[in-house]
Write a protein that binds this ligand. Structure first.
Ligand code: DHB
Ligand code: FE
Length: 307
């Protein structure tokens, strides 16, 4: 069967059969994807058994709630970011903004809010994991400070697990919303994250294994930055020195998003941060691009957990 015959068949089965109101956009996408799938089945000589293994895989993926893991794992989420970058360029979005990168599947809405500063950890790991101070400013691309910007942050604990999904952690552990102060600054006291690994017995890792791939991410911290008049930024920083820094299974690491966690042992600085042991320090500033009539929207409507 050639593509013309396939397209005619898809049309006969899924377009000509419409008796109710048609969502033209859904129809357009379904017809295209079915045509591509039928063509791939022909080209690759996909058997009925293989087709059903694939369908069963999708069912398992949904049942394990891992759709959001596989999408970044296959590079689809990063691919969408690259497309958005190209659209921005075409639309003439101002240059110099902090690069975007993947949201991932582990955001939870409703984290505690504060202005200027927050402690993100609940103290459960204080003795076993390094303390981390993260601070920075939010500005426009010209360096003008943006007070009252909403800085949402979330990251893993010292075992690479995220609260809410890991029920052994307290609610909203390592998740905070900090509004920048009058100087455009935010500061967080937290614990050093360890890179995330896909659940080893889940369907995402099962497919990655068949592809000869690992399912590990480097140590990282996620952000949403929102401010009136600017485009929402979805990004993260990834920490220098992690074995997986440039081998992230989710392809989230990008130039401009790599930071160094600096060891601070100076007693005066330890005291100034109300700490009693050496800590690690990361500076991460944000440059937001102005929202204009022609700038593509950066809002993504997707199902997110509510804590
Ligand atoms: C995945 C996990 C993350 O922590 C992340 O930031 C992105 C993706 C994942 O499991 O796919
Ligand atoms: Fe993550």
């Amino acid at each position: 069967m050639n593509r013309q015959q396939i397209d005619a068949l898809v049309k006969k089965m899924n377009v000509d059969t419409a008796t109710g109101e048609v969502d033209a956009r859904v129809q357009e996408i379904v017809v295209r994807l079915l045509g591509d799938l039928f063509e791939a089945i022909v080209d690759l000589n996909i058997t009925q058994t293989e087709l059903w293994k694939g369908m069963e895989y999708i069912a398992d993926l949904g049942q394990a709630n891992e759709v959001g893991l596989l999408v970044p794992g296959l590079g689809l989420e990063h691919f969408m970011d690259l497309l958005e970058d190209a659209k921005d360029e075409q639309a003439g979005v101002e240059k110099g903004g902090t690069p975007r990168t993947i949201e991932g599947p582990l955001y939870v809405a409703g984290a505690p809010e504060s202005v200027g500063f927050a402690r993100m950890d609940d103290g459960a790991e204080s003795d076993s994991v390094d303390t981390l101070i993260i601070e920075g400013v939010v500005t426009d691309v010209d360096g003008n400070i943006i007070p009252n910007a909403k800085v949402e942050m979330w990251h893993a604990n010292g075992k690479g697990n995220y609260s809410f999904f890991d029920k052994s952690q307290s609610d909203f552990n390592l998740r905070r919303t900090i509004y920048t102060d009058e100087n455009g600054s935010y500061k967080a006291q937290t614990t050093m994250p360890v890179g995330y690994g896909c659940p080893p017995n889940g369907p995402t890792q099962a497919l990655l294994t068949l592809l000869g791939r690992h399912g590990q991410r480097p140590s990282h911290v996620h952000y949403f930055i929102t401010a009136d008049g600017y485009r929402k930024l979805t990004t993260q920083f990834n920490i220098e020195g992690d074995k997986y820094l440039w081998e992230d299974f989710a392809f989230g690491t990008r130039e401009g998003l790599v930071v160094t966690a600096v060891d601070v042992t100076d007693e005066a600085q330890i005291k100034a941060n109300n700490l009693n042991k050496p800590f690690k320090h990361i500076r991460f500033d944000f440059k937001l691009t102005r929202d204009t009539q022609t700038a593509p929207s950066t809002e993504v409507d997707r199902r997110r957990a509510q804590g």
